[in-house]
Design a binder for this molecule. Structure first.
Ligand SMILES: [Mg+2]
Length: 386
């Protein structure tokens, strides 16, 4: 796809040359007094109804962007909101460049929010990763039953519920097939695919909310819950291990542990639980369980949608970065499954660094942010009562 910034700028320059427009009337955004700078022509002023033909993509990568309406998060649990919104922002930043190659991201790294791209979606659009996580958050905010989660999945797939634009625009193959079974009335925890080929990252990408529930259940109850919630769509042991690992690590970060301690507690949890019953899976996860993944160089990290690759890539960027921003941008600039890896790395980084380390303009740009905030509030109330 041709770089759209260049197209915009060339059209803009031509319009200025022809005297069609004057550069000084092109404000960057409502609150910004800076005018056209460095060829940037992306302005919120043009986003709603006043968009002249020569302005194609308002506010694209504009660091000056300030949204008109702000949602307040003062006093919110830094790690809980940081985790969930950090996950959503990672997803949102990755959506426009999903499936792009590592080479493309090296020559044109994502540094700020973008729009359009792979799915031609506007700014602030999040995808199935956040939608399916919201299905879980919403269900836990009610009764946490598998049937309630399944009903939410069906509403997502069929009616675009839990989506930013009331329309589903992406879904994984395994997830789709499993939801079809739910619609036929099969018991939800029997719906997930169980073959070795069904180990995409489709359950890992929606499991984060369980990290915040973990404290309220016994180890055995929680393990069973994580396993069954993965198995709604992804029932193979490899996907279940990835979910268990991720939930344990995120939970440890949520309790205030450092990166190393959280990582080691997840390694211990998985090794103690699965090494005798699933030695071959321990081999598959050997780079994660030996911590060798952290010593890899970038070309040894595969940022694909295979669950093991996605987990490895997320851990790698999480340890490499020194801020929320660095972690998510590094995740996305690996290319490949950018939204999911951005999301799962962003979830860990959001818990660890906290909500206040996530750039405000990114949070405030999330589509349907008020809806998400309400869902988190209901979820938070419920998990504190369980
Ligand atoms: Mg996605």
């Amino acid at each position: 796809m041709r770089e759209r910034t260049e197209i915009d700028i060339s059209i803009m320059k031509k319009a200025i040359q022809q005297g069609v427009i004057k550069p000084k009337i092109c404000r960057q955004c409502w609150t910004c007094e800076k005018y056209l700078e460095e060829g940037k022509v992306y302005c919120e002023e043009y986003a709603y109804g006043k968009l002249p033909e020569y302005i194609m993509f308002p506010k694209k990568e504009c660091e000056k962007y300030e949204p008109l309406k702000k949602i307040d998060f003062v006093g919110c649990d830094e790690k809980l909101y940081g985790g969930i919104l950090g996950f959503c922002v990672g997803d949102m930043l990755g959506v426009p460049v999903e499936f792009s190659s590592r080479e493309e991201r090296c020559t044109d790294p994502v540094k700020e929010m973008r729009a359009y791209g792979t799915y031609s979606q506007p700014f602030g659009t999040w995808s199935d990763d956040t939608s399916l996580s919201l299905c879980l958050i919403d269900a836990i905010g009610k009764d946490g039953d598998y049937k309630t989660i399944a009903d939410n999945f069906i509403a997502y797939m069929d009616n675009g519920k839990f989506t930013p634009g009331d329309e589903m625009f992406d879904i994984g193959r395994t997830t789709q097939l499993s939801i079809e079974k739910m619609k036929l009335g099969v018991s939800p925890i029997e719906c997930g695919m169980k073959s070795e080929n069904d180990n995409g990252n489709g359950s890992l990408m929606r499991i984060l909310p369980l990290a915040f529930v973990k404290e309220k259940k016994s180890v055995e109850q929680m393990s069973e819950y994580v396993k069954n919630i993965s198995a709604l769509t992804h029932g193979h042991i490899r996907s279940i291990i990835a979910c268990e690992f991720y939930v344990e690590m995120a939970y440890s970060l949520y309790k205030g542990n450092g990166k190393e301690d959280a990582y080691r507690s997840a390694i211990k949890y998985i090794t103690d639980k699965y090494s005798s019953s699933y030695p071959e899976e321990m081999q598959i996860y050997s780079r994660v369980l030996s911590e060798k993944v952290l010593e890899c160089n970038a070309n040894e990290i595969r940022s694909t949608g295979y669950v093991v690759d996605s987990l490895e890539a997320s851990l790698w960027v999480f340890f490499k970065g020194n801020s929320y921003r660095e972690v998510v941008l590094d995740a996305i600039n690996l290319g490949g499954d950018t939204d999911t890896i951005g999301a799962i790395a962003g979830g860990l980084a959001g818990i660890y660094y906290g909500l206040s380390d996530i750039p405000t303009r990114w949070i405030q740009s999330i589509r349907k942010l008020d809806f998400i905030k309400e869902e988190i509030q209901n979820f938070e109330k419920k998990i504190k009562l369980i």
